[in-house]
Ligand binder design. Structure first.
Ligand SMILES: CC(C)(COP(=O)(O)OP(=O)(O)OC[C@H]1O[C@@H](n2cnc3c(N)ncnc32)[C@H](O)[C@@H]1OP(=O)(O)O)[C@@H](O)C(=O)NCCC(=O)NCCS
Length: 154
């Protein structure tokens, strides 16, 4: 059985950051890629990144931030093509949501291209609702759903 581990990125782990940036460039088109902002994003005090190893290999990652005490955001989620459909995306999303919840936010938000069916389905499965469609969010011909999940304050 494969050995699956979720790890938290430590800011000084340059090798892992480079691996994640490489994967980000491969998976996302330039206008949707955080690759060139990764290092800046990771320097922020209110953001975090979890990554998933399968038998020691990088298989996916999720990035999140909590811009205010009111809400948190899932800023990126990706699983390497050969590792998809095995529950890793869901595991990463779940772990990021738990991290955000420790910040005592009552809402988690995210943006996703409605054409990214696997991602939209995953977010819906995990309780996210579509708030609105933002036209031209990623580029002139690519829209985004803004999605959210609320938690009660108890
Ligand atoms: C979205 C993504 C992270 C899902 O990762 P994954 O590891 O394949 O997902 P999981 O195996 O955990 O699947 C969890 C749920 O996602 C949905 N899902 C996953 N793959 C799907 C597919 N090919 N078609 C439809 N729904 C799918 C399903 O609801 C699934 O639950 P189920 O197995 O009970 O049906 C992955 O497809 C990916 O990296 N896509 C490219 C990047 C991307 O779109 N990121 C999101 C925008 S930032």
């Amino acid at each position: 059985m494969a050995n699956v581990a979720i790890l938290e990125l430590s800011r000084n782990c340059a090798k892992t950051v480079e691996e994640i940036v490489k994967l980000e460039r491969k998976i996302f088109p330039k206008h949707e890629s955080l690759a060139s902002f990764f290092h800046d994003e990771l320097k922020k005090k209110n953001s975090g990144l979890l990554y998933l190893h399968v038998d020691g290999e990088l298989a996916g990652y999720v990035m999140y931030s909590w811009p205010s005490s009111l809400y948190a955001s899932i800023t990126k989620l990706a699983v390497k093509e050969q590792y998809r459909g095995q529950g890793h995306g869901e595991t990463l999303l779940k772990a990021a949501v738990e991290k955000c919840r420790t910040r005592k936010v009552s809402r988690i938000m995210l943006h996703v291209d409605p054409l990214r069916t696997p991602a939209v389905n995953l977010y819906k499965k995990y309780g996210f609702l579509v708030d609105t469609l933002i036209q031209g969010y990623y580029s002139s011909d690519r829209d985004a759903y803004r999605m959210y999940r609320d938690f009660d304050s108890s």
